[in-house]
Design a protein. Structure first.
Length: 336
């Protein structure tokens, strides 16, 4: 197997991983185990040495709003990635894990491939291209209603095709009438994250392309990034749901404090906007908007953490943060 991408190694070092099943979570909590860290299972953690296993990284790539995040959530069986009708909601890669029989899939939901308009877009595009370059298999997503898909190299602005094998995945099949479906190539896959059509075929196709390798993660693990990462993402997702027009694109989230050990879990977070006028809109009259945003975000965090959460949410102005390199670095959007 080739080198593991740096962002996956960084996530592995982070150590905070989620369990797949709610029953498993409740067992861990009742046994006083930390709800985020791996614990031993009955029997061997991994297949025996006699069993040939496959493991590798798969990037979900494509233009904005083609269903990458929705597909990731459907594949791993948990809401990990931001989902929004608004495009460009994914800014950082989200790594989700699925272990099925003798195969471990390491999925990376990457930002949509776009033409940059400002510095944050440059970071998002560079992140997406790096994920494509690092992957062992590329799942190139394109809506079935917009068949045929252009070449990935053209969409990504690459001088030559990527080195990894590419599987073209036509998404959102549930919105296309059966009578109006195009005849895709035998090597292509048609899926719907809503109806789950084609997901088993997709996994089988991926599995045949992954290299023989030991598993890199405990089979029960669901994600690699720390819980505070998902807390920030879910707060941003709530901003996309509660705020209108272009305002969500001016919102960033920073977790100031994430305190566990007692219930409720205490999270202090700051929403940054670019202008004072935006701050007033986010807070809303009598604080109604920020309260609704906080309630929506808290419910999402509690669903993943499986604990009660006290979310202490604040709004501050960070002028032109989307166009300012030091601000982007501070907020976790690496610029190099």
């Amino acid at each position: 197997m080739g080198d593991i991408p740096m962002h996956v190694l960084d996530d592995l070092r982070a150590g905070d991983c989620r369990r797949r099943h709610h029953e498993r979570r409740h067992q861990e909590l009742s046994g006083h185990d930390h709800p985020l860290h791996g614990t031993s299972r009955q029997g061997p953690l991994y297949p025996t040495l006699r069993t040939m296993t496959r493991c590798g990284t798969i990037v979900l790539a494509g233009r904005p709003n083609v269903g990458k995040s929705t597909l990731l959530n459907a594949l791993v069986g948990e809401h990990l990635a931001i989902v929004s009708p608004k495009p460009q909601s994914t800014r950082l890669p989200v790594v989700g894990l699925l272990t099925k029989d003798d195969t471990q899939y390491i999925f990376t939901d990457s930002p949509g491939l776009l033409e940059p308009e400002y510095q944050l877009h440059e970071v998002m595009r560079a992140t997406a291209l790096r994920a494509i370059n690092d992957a062992e298999v590329i799942a190139y997503l394109h809506p079935l209603a917009e068949y045929p898909a252009p070449e990935l190299a053209a969409v990504a602005g690459l001088e030559r095709p990527p080195r990894a094998p590419i599987i073209t995945v036509y998404t959102k099949s549930d919105v296309v009438r059966p009578s109006g479906r195009p005849a895709v190539r035998p090597s292509d896959v048609v899926v719907s994250a809503v109806t789950r059509e084609g997901l088993d075929v997709f996994l089988a196709t991926l599995g045949s392309r992954l290299p023989e390798s030991p598993f890199h993660y405990d089979p029960d693990e669901l994600a690699t990034q720390p819980m505070r990462f998902f807390a920030a993402e879910f707060i941003r997702e709530a901003a996309f749901e509660q705020l209108h027009e272009e305002l969500p694109y001016s919102v960033a989230c920073e977790i100031d404090e994430f305190r566990e050990g007692a219930e409720p879990v205490y999270i202090r977070a700051v929403l940054y906007v670019e202008r004072e006028s935006q701050k007033g809109i986010v807070i809303g009259e009598g604080g109604r908007t920020i309260k609704a945003l906080g309630a929506a975000a808290r419910a999402k965090i509690e669903a993943l953490l499986q604990q009660r959460v006290f979310l202490d949410l604040h709004v501050k102005v960070l002028p032109k943060w989307r166009r300012d390199e030091p601000s982007l670095k501070r907020l976790g959007y690496a610029t190099s």
